[in-house]
Ligand binder design. Structure first.
Ligand SMILES: *Cc1c(COP(=O)(O)O)cnc(C)c1O
Length: 386
């Protein structure tokens, strides 16, 4: 492959991805240098609760930086096992209703480390078709056979389990809240299925932790299934406003992962400042359920305003997909909205199935009710005129 001509080809096909440096302002605004309307409302952030710039997180982050320096200096199995990691792991385990937890450098690394630790060549993975790229990559690294089931379709999953469960280890892997559709996995039915077919169940709560559950413990908390999930994974980089990731599970499972997850073993521990922020975030999401109520009041406001424009079927969460169909139309509308100060993503195949291109709005506590109503009317108008 010639690198230069590949780039030229991508550009011709409108598929070239490019980085856009931005500056963030309060109230969910972005400054995009060179952009005609300069200030855009950010509908593509995962900072759902607005914690990235929370004073509590920043203060504890600074405190830990002063206390312990900038870096861990080594992998945890060498000399880098700072006591603060264990403090955070205890908090995570409690939040997720599990015996123990283990930190990873990022959610991507957690999925790429945990899945190959659990299953190998002679085993099988049942994976939801819409799972995140990091889950796909973890599956490939494991060398296990991968069986994909239709998105959230447990009848299809059961049919595949009957035919392909085999006699080796079997892992079912799902997200509790899907990032492109904003819909939830039917976890209560899924745990019954995984028990019936004697499988391990891993749930990725990247978009749910902090946002769902009475204590912010995610959808496994809200659905009351924490005790029946074998591995609960999540990231600190989204609603928790920090960086890094975790898996929570039984003590035995965590002891196993410490020995087997290569992305844990062969990588430097997280920086102290990041641990400080993550610890503060967990305290805040547990003590301030009002943050979730604020978020969902905004979600309701946005959906009601879209409903008034005839847009319905907007899903059950803070991730609001507006179905368009044709990729070119989705791109055109996203572009027009950007010209009017709305930064939302056009999600196209191959990220989503052919013919289901959509605009994806992610709602955060930064956005005011006025901004949400204004955005909804611009969206309605853009749909009518395109
Ligand atoms: C964002 C995301 C990840 C990756 O987490 P990072 O901490 O950003 O690496 C993993 N799984 C899902 C479902 C995600 O949305």
């Amino acid at each position: 492959m010639d690198i230069r001509s590949w780039l030229t080809e991508q550009k011709k096909k409108d598929l070239l991805r490019q980085l856009t440096p931005v500056k963030r302002l309060p109230a969910g605004q972005l400054v995009v240098p060179g952009h005609p309307s300069r200030r855009l409302l950010d509908f593509s952030s995962n900072d759902y609760l607005g914690l990235t710039c929370h004073k509590g997180l920043m203060a504890q982050s600074r405190h830990f930086l002063e206390l312990a320096g900038c870096g861990a200096g080594a992998a945890r199995l060498m000399s880098g096992d700072l006591a603060m990691y264990h403090l955070l792991e205890t908090e995570v385990a409690q939040l997720k209703g599990q015996e123990a937890a283990l930190l990873f450098g990022s959610g991507y690394m957690a999925n790429c480390g945990v899945i190959p630790a659990l299953v190998g060549r002679k085993d099988v993975i049942f994976s939801d078709r819409l799972n995140h790229a990091s889950i796909y990559d973890g599956c490939s690294l494991s060398r296990a056979k991968v069986v994909r089931f239709h998105h959230n379709d447990l009848n299809h999953l059961e049919e595949l389990l009957r035919k392909q469960r085999g006699t080796g280890a079997a892992l079912i892997v799902v997200e509790s809240l899907y990032s492109m559709d904003g819909d939830r996995c039917p976890l209560q039915d899924l745990v019954q299925l995984k028990e019936k077919f004697d499988c391990l169940l891993m749930v990725d709560e990247a978009h749910a932790t902090g946002v769902f559950g009475a204590n912010g413990g995610g959808i496994i908390e809200e659905d009351g299934v924490a005790g029946r999930v074998d591995v609960a994974m999540g990231t600190f980089g989204k609603a928790l406003g920090s960086y890094g990731a975790y898996v929570a599970a039984s003590r035995t499972m965590i002891d196993f992962l410490v020995n087997r997850a290569r992305t844990f073993i062969y990588s430097t521990g997280l920086p102290p400042a990041v641990i400080g922020a993550s610890l503060a975030a967990i305290t805040i999401i547990r003590q301030e359920p009002q943050l979730r109520r604020d978020l969902f009041a905004r979600v309701a406001c946005f959906k009601a305003a879209l409903g008034a424009k005839g847009l319905t079927n907007l899903g059950p969460s803070q991730i609001v997909p507006i179905m368009i169909g044709q990729s070119s139309r989705a791109v055109q509308i996203a572009h027009a909205l950007r010209g009017q100060g709305i930064f939302a993503t056009a999600v196209r195949p191959p990220t989503v199935p052919e013919g289901t291109a959509r605009l994806r709005f992610s709602i955060t506590r930064h956005l005011s009710h006025e901004a949400l109503q204004q955005a909804a009317s611009l969206v309605g108008a853009a749909l009518e005129t395109s």
